[in-house]
Ligand binder design. Sequence first.
Ligand code: SAM
Ligand code: SF4
Length: 336
Amino acid sequence: MNSPTQFPTQLIDRFGRTVDYVRISVTDRCDFRCVYCMDEKMEFLPRARILTLEELALVGRAFAELGVRKIRLTGGEPLVRNNVIKLIRDLGALPQLAELVLTTNGSQLETMAHDIRAAGVRRINISLDSLDAERFRRLTRVGDLSQVLRGIDSARAAGFDNIKLNAVILKHRNDDEVIPLVEFAAARGMDISFIEEMPLGTIGDHDRAEAYYSSDQIRADLEQRFMLLPTTETTGGPSKYYRLAETGTRVGFISPHSHNFCDTCNRVRLTAEGRLLLCLGQEHSVDLKHVLRTQPGCLDALKQAIVDSMAIKPKGHDFNLREQPLIFRHMSHTGG
Ligand code: SAM
Ligand code: SF4
C-alpha cells in the first residue's frame, strides 16, 4: 500500500521567508472602473477560464493544510461573483485558518454585509478614495458614493471586529482629502490605510509618475492636524501603522515605492484564472488551474504544486513609475 504523501506544515521560500498569507482573486470582473486600476474598456475573462467556486475552495484548503493562516478574498470586486457567500462559508469553516478577510469596493455591502459576517469574515477592508460624490464618480468612472456609504453603514451594523478603509491617493485628484478621510474613519471607529499607486497594467487615464503622492507626504499632511504616534503593530500585511493620539484610530501606509517591503514578504496571490503569482511585481507564477483541471479534486497534486512554487518566489519587485509597466496585468487581475 502507498504511504500517504508527507507535506511540510509551513511554506518556506528559498530566502527563508515563511508564506502564511494568500490573497485570492475570486473574479476579474468589477462594477467600478477605477482610473488607477483599470482601463476604461476592460475586457474580462470568459467564465470558463476562471476557477469555479469548488476549485477556489479546494485551493484554499490546500493552502490552509500547508500552514497558511490568513486568506484574503479580493478581485476585481469579490462581491459581484455569483454565490460568493458559499465560498466564504467553505473557507470560513477551515479549522487551520486564523483569519478570513475581504477587500471590497463597498458597492454590494448594503445587502451583503450581514451574510459575509455570518459566513465567518471578521475583518473587512473597504476602498474609499473620496468623500465627494462627483470626484468619487470620476475616480471610479461609474461608482455611486452614496451606495458605498450605505454599504459602510451596513458593515458597521453587521458587527465586524474591525473595518479598515483603503484609499489610493493621487496628486491633484484627491490629495487634499487625506484629513477628511481620516476624520471620517475616526468618527466611525474605523481604521484607514493609504496606498501608493503601483504601476500594474496600462491605464490610459493619467501619468502615474506625475500622479505619485508619497506616503511621507501624506503623513506630513496629516501631521498638520493630528498627532501620529508610530506603533510596531502589524496586521500581517505591508502597512506601516501609526495611531492618532486624539482618538486611537490606526492609520496605515502601504508604500511599495518609498519603503520597499519585500524582505518580509509573507504572501502569494491567486488570480481568478488560477495562476499562483509569487510576487505582485514580477511574472513568476505556477498554473494551478492546470493542476485542478488535469487532476480534478486531487488535493495532494495541488499541495505538491504549491510546495514546489516556493522555489521560484522572487526576492522582490522592481517597480519604476517612469518606465513602461513591466507588469502588464492590471491590479484587478492580480488580486490586489
Ligand atoms: N474591488 C475591490 C476594492 O476596490 O477594494 C478589491 C480589489 S482592488 C484591486 C484592491 C485594492 O487595490 C483597492 O484598495 C484598490 O484601491 C487598490 N488598487 C487597485 N489598483 C491599484 C494600483 N494600481 N496601485 C495601488 N493600489 C491599487
Ligand atoms: Fe474595481 Fe477595486 Fe479595481 Fe476599483 S480598485 S476597479 S473597485 S477592482
